[in-house]
Design a binder for this molecule. Sequence first.
Ligand SMILES: [Zn+2]
Length: 331
Amino acid sequence: MSNDKLLALTNNPFLSQVYMHIRSLKPIQYAALKRRKAPAWMYPFKTEMMLKNFIGGILNDWVRITEVSILPNIEKWLNENKTRFDAWEDEKDNAEKEMDSLQDYWFKGVGYTILVNKLRQLFWDVQTFNEKEFVKVINHISGVTPNIFENFLPAMEKRWINDNVSLIRNISDDYRKKISMVISNGVSNDKNMVGIRKEIESLNTEIQGSRAKLVARDQVGKINGQMQKRKQENIGISWYTWETSIDERVVGNPNGLYPIGNKKHGDHWALEGKICDWADDTIYADTIQDAMKGDWKKRTTQMPKTIPGVEIQCRCFATPIMLDMLEGLAA
Ligand SMILES: [Zn+2]
């Protein structure tokens, strides 16, 4: 073994442990270990659902103000506006004030602590789930249980909580602006009650359903994908196999629901089974042998330039490459 290869091993306590372990195996045992197919790295759907419900619940408070202080008044405003142009302004101001105090509650006051604590709890739910998958997969492919030293978690936690708080804030700001616009436009253009109510109801449905769902999916997917990467890198894994769920919902599957990738969601099908490098999201290799020879290819414009699990609705995961890498080091 060359010196720098030896160094790569001794510098990494877990890899040296695996190395010692596989050297203790009989050839037939080693062959059996190598034939093992890694189990899928699962996704924390339950936590995603909890985050969705939590965000939906907060946003619901804004909807309630609209329903209590705005909707019942619109007809009156429409009538009054026929005689007095700004009749609705005062009452609309009251609703705005209620929304201001709600904003203060969630983003400055007591609610902020509740918000942050809940997000923290959900972050650690994802982490606990991800940790189990990590130990399960690594144990399965190497025969050794990985040691855990995850010093990256506190910074990741802080960033994730901050991101989520601003996302929720943005959605509520956006909702307020839109509601206010629907009313101003509706009242000053003398639209009818049914039309205004319909526009508001569709905003309410959007904020309670799809927006919360989108944020939850995006945020849990991102953090789960990043944890997967950092955990693997931490124990010395540099390469992984990109794995899709191989069904009709994988983007790029020519026989599936979304045969063509786009900017928001690349062609993940094209990376199925390909070898990828954690350090460089712009390349891939067709086989482990190619990667060992340094025969990497540039990802095409259709392929994702990111890690598995991060693009919206992505259900892909990364199966770590370990034994081939150790063989490479030992060669
Ligand atoms: Zn994917």
